[in-house]
Design a binder for this molecule. Sequence first.
Ligand SMILES: Cc1cc2nc3c(=O)[nH]c(=O)nc-3n(C[C@H](O)[C@H](O)[C@H](O)COP(=O)(O)OP(=O)(O)OC[C@H]3O[C@@H](n4cnc5c(N)ncnc54)[C@H](O)[C@@H]3O)c2cc1C
Length: 424
Amino acid sequence: MGKPIDYLIVGAGQAGIHAAQTLLKQANKSNITIVDDDPDSFYYRAALKYMVKKRVGEQELNGATESFFKNKRIDKIAQKVSAIKPSDNSVILGDNTELHYNKLLIATGGHSFIPPIPGNDIKGVYPQRTLEDTRRICDLADNGKFKKCFVLGAGVLGTELAESLAERRVDVEIFSNHKIMVPRMLDSRASEIIVELYKKNGVKIHFEESISKILEDENNNVRGIETTKGEIIDCDGVFICTGMRRNIELAKNAGLNVERGIITNKYLQTSDPNIFAAGDVVEIVDDNQFHHFIDLWGPAGDMGKIAAKNMMEDSKPEPYDIGAFHAYTIFWKHNCHVLGDFAPKDLTGIETLIYDKKSSTTHNYYKIHFKDNRIIGIISLGEARDPIILQHIIKEKLPIPPNISKEEIIERGFDYERILYSKR
Ligand SMILES: Cc1cc2nc3c(=O)[nH]c(=O)nc-3n(C[C@H](O)[C@H](O)[C@H](O)COP(=O)(O)OP(=O)(O)OC[C@H]3O[C@@H](n4cnc5c(N)ncnc54)[C@H](O)[C@@H]3O)c2cc1C
């Protein structure tokens, strides 16, 4: 056995790359190896939608070319890691090479969940997780191969994809099991506003209705679907946007503690002290035993940095700051920010104020939950906002200053940042 690698990272996504960059800066005499099985990595996964929208080309999504890895003195191995052997501090690659490490980071992200619908393996049924998936979507839309298609799932990815396809003049409809759009972000009123925008742009949404079967033609291509209401509709393809599953198999088979993700403490350390995890794959258990799933681009990079620092031998352990929840997307030029506890389950002591006004161009909808003279959660739909101050206010539990009323916050179109500034 040769000298072990100081820091071995599995996964060159947002979390893995940020970990490598941090180690490069702060542990610069160490050797770092990163192993990844996506032939295209590293690219800005969260920006893939902009490729379907034709806002960016493939080149602009490329975050690290092969020369990046060479210049930065990081060894990159383009292979799948097939096993981790914690008792030997080693991993096994797809070609059976064994690599020994001192510290290991698992940053394997997730994969698209494909529901077990008959016909889900027919040519023309596709998810969107990778750059290769996105190239295929663009090709199908651009070259008239998909004239009519369905998107299964009305979460953020499904709604964004349907909008992009509609912009590319594909006739597209969405199916969702739920009663509202993007239920992890919106309430029923916000959903109504968004549904109007989709309708106006020719996209039909089927709520509480799904696809029960995908039908095949004689060339093994999709020819249509059967809905859960028994209707048969012709189409050229189906895009599956029904969520993500964490890539936990490696950790599970290695005997690490896993549930829906790889369990870590707040320092992103797994049940093996030499193994850390970061990004989408993680399920953080905080000091109060709450389990957190984050699944967002910015936090994946932050977790990569924190995990890297905590992997360094003489570092003072730094907890990952979960912060106030923040999710963001855009529906037909309407910015949507959701912050903090935007749908509180326990309404005791909660006051909720709503602003709901439509102009000729934008529908602004703000729903703010207050508790103990503090803002605890927000749904903000419409004009562009800078969420950073709001996130800070929620996280730090800052009280509303005495010279500002809650009604004023709402009446002035929820321009809280400006109100705070003007009253200083
Ligand atoms: C289409 C799309 C749009 C999105 N839009 C947004 C958005 O607008 N805002 C937002 O905040 N987030 C968004 N996200 C989520 C965001 O992209 C993820 O949170 C982020 O990419 C997670 O980074 P990661 O490094 O944890 O995992 P990943 O990006 O999944 O990277 C993991 C890497 O590990 C590799 N890997 C996995 N297993 C192995 C193995 N056994 N051996 C070797 N390599 C392996 C994978 O190939 C991959 O390259 C979006 C995601 C998708 C799919």
